[in-house]
Design a protein around this ligand. Structure first.
Ligand code: ZN
Length: 202
């Protein structure tokens, strides 16, 4: 996914480099969405289901680490799902699935493009998928892009892209069916995460 970075030097303080517990703030901003594929506009209850599925994807990805996923908009690392993202160079919307800004030692913030993921879920869902199944795929898609954006924020200088493994969080693309269905795992970023994050207390 396209990333806009502002990085400064290395860690300014040794303490900021030591493994530690982190909070990831995640929330979905109000959006109205309807399409012929799913019929009526997505309801409030359905948005809650999408949020829950996306949130559990994020929690599961970081389950080995001392990471808490909240809806805190002031969290050190945060990702908001927004109706769409603007590609300012081309002055058109819907180009990016996600983006992040991060400064080593100072956290980061990112966004996930709802419209992009909703279109992806509809494209990749089987023809006979129910509305419920399409929305579940949308929740997974949102969660996986959010995981990738959190990765960019957690590791502004780390290995975060690997096009070889489309089932990894580093190589997965929201333009692939694996972004909505199937299982994903950590790949090349795992050692970086091990160094950066505290292990979950046993
Ligand atoms: Zn990326």
């Amino acid at each position: 996914m396209s990333i806009k970075f502002a990085t400064v030097g290395c860690c300014l303080f040794i303490a900021s480099c030591a493994p530690r517990a982190v909070e990831l703030g995640f929330w979905i901003e109000p959006v109205s969405f309807a399409s012929p594929r799913i019929g009526d506009p997505i309801t409030k209850d359905e948005f809650q289901v999408i949020d829950r599925i996306a949130r559990s994807e994020i929690t599961n990805a970081f389950k080995d680490f001392d990471v808490t996923v909240t809806d805190n908009r002031d969290a050190f690392f945060k990702v908001a799902v927004t109706p769409h993202l603007q590609d300012w160079r081309l002055l058109r919307s819907g180009t990016y699935a996600g983006e992040s800004r991060a400064v080593a030692g100072f956290g980061g913030s990112g966004a996930v493009n709802f419209e992009y993921l909703a279109n992806g879920a509809m494209v990749f869902a089987p023809d006979d998928a129910t509305r419920e199944q399409v929305l579940a795929a949308l929740g997974r898609g949102i969660g996986r892009v959010a995981i990738h954006e959190f990765l960019h924020q957690l590791l502004p200088k780390g290995a975060t892209h690997d096009g070889e493994d489309r089932n990894s969080y580093e190589g997965n693309s929201p333009a692939l069916i694996e972004g909505y269905f199937g299982e994903l795992h950590w790949g090349i970023a795992r050692p970086w995460l091990e160094a950066r994050l505290k292990r979950k207390p046993q």
